[in-house]
Design a protein around this ligand. Structure first.
Ligand code: NAD
Ligand code: MN
Length: 360
């Protein structure tokens, strides 16, 4: 029997609560499937380790997880360490060297969940946002001079490469082609940003010619926020830069009902390195240790992990279990207006998996 080796990195805050729920659901999924198993290795990397040792992960950290089939990540961030130190010390220290350049964020309104948008209840909102995850505005290029002096200056330079833009466009067009509507929206800001964003548009048009069966359009990022809220049914697959998609995908998560539900995959499509799966949300300081963190974002990320591992029927089964549970309002956690606890939701998903009689 195939055993998938998964590196579990809960990180900070509610990370450990949602990751242990995710491990439970994935094991239940493997048990129900019968064709594969999981072997989880747990890593205590995160801010507590940083405060004790000065590093979020050991020097050879990436070597310890390089051969794993996938990474399941919780969250990184605590109140007493600056967020940029944490982000670059842990999440980006994995994403960037492992070349996880395609960040994929599906958004749908699951059964039983109410969107804050009037007149939107389900089929009108079914998107996948593809975020360029390796360069652009978050390339880390820039610097500060004259620190603390009146003439202090600082730059964050966006860095776009032809290779980087072409590969994310190809990924996005291919993903759009795999979905029923075969429709891609390319988000840009080439009116105000006249160098890199113009190249971004040009490369989009070039790559589009390789995908004659995909229809596409172009949208300025500011106007995109309006289209997402006022005409959600006109969107399907979306590709945007690191910064633009970061912002748009939080909006998407809110429109779909709660940040606690939204999933993410950080993919290295060539599979040279392991890919990483994580809920979109952060450490949620206000609910740490209360046992009420919504584990659905982690479960849905686990569905994406199963798809990536090549277990589509197990992925579909876990997604069915999630939808069965969200449809039952007595199983909603407080972020969805309910009273259920993390453990209740997790048990219900595991029970739904065990009781799922569909063959595939
Ligand atoms: P957050 O996502 O942690 O919390 C925002 C709000 O959403 C809070 O009210 C929180 O209780 C709620 N929430 C989030 N996830 C939830 C869940 N699963 N169930 C129920 N409620 C949930 O965002 P924030 O407050 O901006 O950030 C807190 C910390 O997390 C910061 O240090 C930030 O840098 C970090 N962060 C990390 C990641 C990541 O590791 N990928 C992502 C976002 C934020
Ligand atoms: Mn973000």
């Amino acid at each position: 029997m195939k055993t998938y080796r998964i590196a579990a990195i809960p990180g900070d805050g509610i990370g450990s609560e949602v990751i242990s729920a995710g491990v439970e659901a994935l094991n239940a999924c493997a048990k129900r499937d019968g064709g594969f198993a999981f072997a989880f290795d747990h890593f205590d990397w995160g801010s507590e380790r940083y405060k004790k040792t000065g590093a979020f992960m050991p020097d050879n950290g990436r070597d310890l997880i390089r051969k794993h089939d996938a990474i399941l990540f919780g969250s990184a961030g605590v109140p007493d360490v600056p967020d940029h130190v944490t982000l670059w010390g842990l999440r980006l220290a994995i994403c960037q060297p492992f070349d996880q350049y395609a960040n994929v964020r599906p958004t749908r309104i699951l059964p039983g969940i109410v969107s804050p948008l009037r007149n939107v209840s389900g089929p009108e909102l079914d998107w996948v946002i593809v975020r360029e995850n390796s360069e652009g505005e978050y390339a880390g290029v820039g610097g500060r001079v004259h620190r603390g002096l009146p003439e202090e200056a600082a730059t964050d330079v966006s860095m776009f490469t032809r290779a980087g833009v072409a590969r994310i466009m190809r990924f996005a067009f291919a993903l759009a082609r795999s979905r029923p509507r075969k429709f891609l929206t390319v988000v840009t800001k080439s009116n105000a940003q006249r160098h890199a964003m113009v190249m971004w548009d040009e490369i989009a048009a070039e790559v589009a010619r390789e995908f004659p069966d995909v229809t596409w359009d172009k949208m300025l990022v500011d106007a995109m926020t309006m289209r997402m809220t006022l005409k959600p049914e006109t969107l399907d697959t979306i590709v945007a830069t690191n910064l633009h998609a970061d912002i748009l995908s939080d909006l998407a998560a809110a429109l779909a009902g709660s940040l606690g539900i939204a999933p993410t995959a950080n993919l290295n499509p060539e599979r040279t390195f392991p890919s990483m799966f994580e809920p979109i949300h952060g450490s949620a300081f206000d609910i740490i240790g209360k046992g009420i963190a919504n584990p659905i974002g982690t479960f849905w990320s686990s569905v994406m992990m199963l798809e990536h591992l090549g277990e589509p029927s197990a992925a579909a089964r876990l997604m069915r279990a999630i939808e069965k549970v969200t449809a039952d309002k007595s199983l909603h956690t407080p972020d969805l207006g309910g009273k259920a606890r993390t453990a209740d939701v997790t048990k219900a998903v595991c029970d739904a998996l065990a009781g799922d009689n569909q063959a595939n």
